[in-house]
Design a protein around this ligand. Structure first.
Ligand SMILES: NC(=O)c1ccc[n+]([C@@H]2O[C@H](COP(=O)([O-])OP(=O)(O)OC[C@H]3O[C@@H](n4cnc5c(N)ncnc54)[C@H](OP(=O)(O)O)[C@@H]3O)[C@@H](O)[C@H]2O)c1
Length: 292
């Protein structure tokens, strides 16, 4: 049994991680930046530790007084993404400093979109230089040389259940606004996905047993064709599904256009082998179709 400090413990994925940890017999201390979050954590059976991503002392003390840390909090304001990435890096560095020499596990969160080798990405692939969150990945992995059992979980862009589907939820909202569900060209570019509860299970296995300095892939499905995602959205909303030209992508998708063209097939074979993780949730398209 460990006492585990969890940031982002009130979020979509974090709340499932808290449940998973408590059911496995761990104690959870969750970072709470408001009364509302503190109440939610207590109701979930966790302790609340007041603080925020911007209050580095609160992060240091949360990490120092726990047996391990899972870092999931992130400021999801895509209009100020660079600032959110910098805040995340400083938070990772502060918690890392508090853990140096302790041998304790420190698991942070990144995304599969940060490793784009131009073929099926594996856990051996470093984050691609210059992409967001790669500096935080590298900072935590460097802690392996400084007495921290550090690991990064790269999550697929669509962490899904029947209520929320990560980036696919943004595409659903956009399709509703535009009256069509679109894909670009032949829509053969692929996105990986993972069910929310499978992702939560992976975070527990990682904090319990991830090898020092490991990259792990939270990926249940290696690569779903973007056209299949667009068709699932069209079927759910009863909207036409259309192909659009690359030149029309910015006008249709706005800031999401950079995402919808990415081909991001990603393997989790090494993660499954290292931790005995077996994702078993329903597929992304099944969850999109039955979402409310
Ligand atoms: N969902 C996906 O499909 C997906 C895909 C790839 C990667 N990820 C990554 O996975 C992690 C968890 O994502 P999620 O979907 O669970 O996020 P979420 O539902 O948006 O929850 C965000 C969490 O971060 C906390 N938070 C936000 N700003 C904070 C601040 N300034 N100080 C302290 N806490 C703050 C929130 O606390 P409050 O409750 O107080 O707001 C909440 O607990 C994130 O790193 C995310 O980028 C998610």
């Amino acid at each position: 049994m460990m006492r585990i400090f969890v940031t982002g413990a009130t979020g979509g994925i974090g709340s499932a991680v808290v449940r998973e940890l408590i059911e496995a017999g761990h104690q959870v201390v969750g970072l709470a930046r408001s009364d509302k979050s503190a109440v939610a954590l207590t109701a979930a059976g966790a302790e609340a530790h007041r603080g925020s991503l911007e209050d580095l002392d609160s992060l240091r003390s949360g990490a120092a007084t726990a047996d391990g840390v899972i870092h999931l909090a992130f400021i999801h304001d895509f209009s100020q993404y660079d600032g959110a990435v910098t805040t995340d890096l400083h938070a990772v560095e502060a918690m890392g400093d508090a853990l140096v020499g302790s041998g304790k596990p420190f698991v942070i969160t990144s995304g599969t979109l940060m490793a784009r080798p131009g073929r099926l990405a594996t856990e051996e692939d470093q984050g691609s230089a210059g992409l967001p969150r790669v500096e935080a990945e590298n900072a935590v992995l460097a802690l392996a040389e400084r007495g921290v059992r550090s690991a990064v979980v790269r999550l697929a862009p669509c962490v899904h259940d029947a209520d929320r589907q990560g980036f696919a939820s943004l595409l659903i909202d956009l399709a509703r606004d535009k009256g069509v569900s679109a894909y670009i060209g032949d829509g053969s570019n692929r996105w990986p996905a993972v069910h929310r509860l499978d992702a939560a299970h992976l975070f527990r296995l990682a904090v319990e047993a991830a090898p020092t300095g490991s990259r792990l892939h939270g990926v249940g499905e290696e690569g779903i064709r973007f056209r299949d995602i667009a068709e699932a959205i069209g079927s759910r909303l009863n909207l036409p599904v259309v192909s659009i030209f690359h030149e029309e992508a910015d006008a249709h998708f706005g800031w999401l256009s950079a995402m919808v063209t990415i081909d991001n097939p990603t393997s989790s074979a090494l993660t499954r082998e290292r931790l005995g993780w077996r994702p078993e949730g329903p597929s992304l398209t099944a969850d999109i179709k039955r979402a409310q």
